[in-house]
Design a protein around this ligand. Structure first.
Ligand code: ZN
Length: 286
């Protein structure tokens, strides 16, 4: 397996996402005094790879860890880091609820039945941790809990973790690395994934997008994507923004939304990803 790392801005080293077992981007932000880690990884094995890379490059190990939201792929590596965890109150509450978990098949099936995780997550967890009966899953209630936002000073670089909520997960936060002009979105712009069909609410999607652009950063990073300049991000999101605006106006009128979107994009057929997005937004409009 090949792991790619990227320096972004003067203070950030990030480890790219891997889709096979749903590993999100991890990032270490290093100031003159402290190093902050964004997201814990989906397993101790994932965490270990990043730790080794930091050591190999002579970079300090994290002193503090922030979570963008509670989802397993962002949090289940947390026990592998020797650093206090900072998280939003709703993230903390969810992790507290999962803190007895060791990850047996029975427990995972129970969580699926409760709508807390999905079959897709279980498939990825089995791939990441192995299909044997014991899995080294160990989550706990974070040490530092906040509401609204929290600022972390690392020495010459400040990070602001801001609760934004949204469809994907009510506890979603974004991380703004102020001096480096980088905004980590976590999965905040994603559709809802647990407890029913995937859906997007056009109103909250547009509100989030407006917030993202309000920061005016140079880089925007979604946890399961690749870092994009703001210009690339705007171009990438333009069809989605238009789709959200159409659903805002035409509600769940599928024919009209499809027609208007094809006309706007000057396309006979929509690409599969966007077509799926149409269904998520229509679901959100019902
Ligand atoms: Zn997520």
């Amino acid at each position: 397996m090949k792991h790619n790392y990227q320096e972004l801005g003067p203070h950030i080293l990030l480890m790219h996402a891997e889709h096979e077992t749903d590993r999100p981007i991890l990032a270490a932000i290093t100031g003159s005094r402290r190093t902050l880690l964004m997201d814990a990884g989906n397993s101790p094995a994932h965490a270990e790879l990043f730790r080794q890379e930091l050591a190999r490059r002579g970079r300090p190990q994290p002193d503090l860890l922030v979570l963008t939201h509670w989802h397993w792929d962002h949090s289940f590596g947390m026990s592998a880091w020797n650093a206090p965890v900072i998280a939003h109150a709703e993230t903390a509450q969810m992790l507290h609820g999962l803190s007895g978990l060791s990850g047996t098949d029975e427990e995972l099936e129970h969580l699926v039945r409760e709508g807390i995780i999905s079959e897709g997550s279980v498939k990825h967890i089995r791939l990441e941790y192995g299909s044997g009966p014991s899995r080294a899953i160990n989550v706990f209630k974070p040490e530092v809990v906040f509401t609204g936002s929290i600022t972390i000073e690392l020495g010459g670089v400040s990070c602001e973790l801001i609760h934004v909520g949204g469809d994907h997960s009510a506890d979603s936060c974004v991380l703004h690395v102020i001096e480096d002009k980088v905004l980590f979105l976590g999965d905040a712009l994603g559709p809802s994934v647990y407890g029913g069909p995937r859906r997007y609410s056009s109103t909250s999607f547009l509100k989030l997008l407006e917030l993202v652009y309000h920061y005016g950063t140079e880089w925007i990073v979604e946890s399961h994507g690749v870092p994009m300049t703001e210009e690339e991000f705007r171009a990438d999101l333009a069809p989605w923004e238009r789709l959200a605006r159409l659903v805002d106006v035409f509600g769940d009128n599928r024919e009209r939304v499809l027609l208007e979107l094809k006309t706007y994009l000057k396309l006979e057929e929509l690409p599969p990803g966007l077509l799926q997005g149409v269904e998520y937004f229509l679901e959100g409009a019902r």
